[in-house]
Design a binder for this molecule. Sequence first.
Ligand SMILES: Cc1cc2nc3c(=O)[nH]c(=O)nc-3n(C[C@H](O)[C@H](O)[C@H](O)COP(=O)(O)OP(=O)(O)OC[C@H]3O[C@@H](n4cnc5c(N)ncnc54)[C@H](O)[C@@H]3O)c2cc1C
Ligand code: FES
Length: 252
Amino acid sequence: MDDIPGKITWNDCVTGSYRRLSVRLERSLGRVSPGQFVMVKIPDRDVFLRRPFSIYDSRGRTLTIVYRVVGKGTDALSAAARGTPLMVLGPLGRGFTPGKATTPIVVAGGIGYAGVRMLLKRLDHRATLFFGATGKDELRLAEDLGATRVLASTMDGSFGFAGDVVSLLGHHLDDYRDKKPEVFACGPSGMVRSLKALLEPGRIPCQVSVEERMACGMGLCFGCVVATADETNPYKRVCKEGPVFSLWDLSL
Ligand SMILES: Cc1cc2nc3c(=O)[nH]c(=O)nc-3n(C[C@H](O)[C@H](O)[C@H](O)COP(=O)(O)OP(=O)(O)OC[C@H]3O[C@@H](n4cnc5c(N)ncnc54)[C@H](O)[C@@H]3O)c2cc1C
Ligand code: FES
């Protein structure tokens, strides 16, 4: 797979340290499954390794990602002006595979929203999004969902349920008892561990997008492995066998 060259058409602040970046590519990414990602070559000589970002949107030759500035690479990306050349590798990894006869529940924590946004669009308002934010400003990330039902929690209590998003889901889980619920999640590792504890009693089907630091993004370096419950082949590459796994296959 080769890098696709493109040019930045949009790189603006959404809220706080979150930014949306669109790039017009020389050719389309082709078919994208919700939950797949791209490796972006940061336009800065001092940032050597490409960085992984979920595909937030892909239409024709326009790719959009939403990212949070957390370190050297994302900081350099945030400084790239419109018209800056950018190399993108993808689509990569295995995405979400929702069942046809289930009731989808989507759980996102903070920037994890970028990892489930294509899934929510694909589910065409069939899902409820449980969105966990630190404060109400962060909820701006999910403003583009149209008629999708959103239940929000904020850690500072500035909007919606005061507390974490898994506790919020816990208050609503009984509503789904006879509806064949299926959970799809993306967020920090603490959120994923709490989700596992919540869903464990009923072993509700759950697919989760996992984050690991990546070097190649293509299955070559084994730098991104996670431990799974598979006894014969316990270590799986997040970039190749993931980033989406069944929650019940992961050793957390
Ligand atoms: C499949 C996948 C999809 C992702 N999608 C998105 C996305 O849509 N939007 C987004 O903002 N981020 C996403 N990330 C995380 C993103 O890749 C990292 O935030 C980014 O690489 C950080 O680069 P940096 O150079 O700015 O930070 P660095 O200087 O490399 O690190 C700064 C801090 O961020 C932490 N960090 C770096 N990489 C990761 C990581 N992969 N997971 C958790 N912590 C990390 C480091 O431990 C350190 O504390 C995704 C990661 C993966 C694996
Ligand atoms: S990042 Fe190299 S194998 Fe996954």
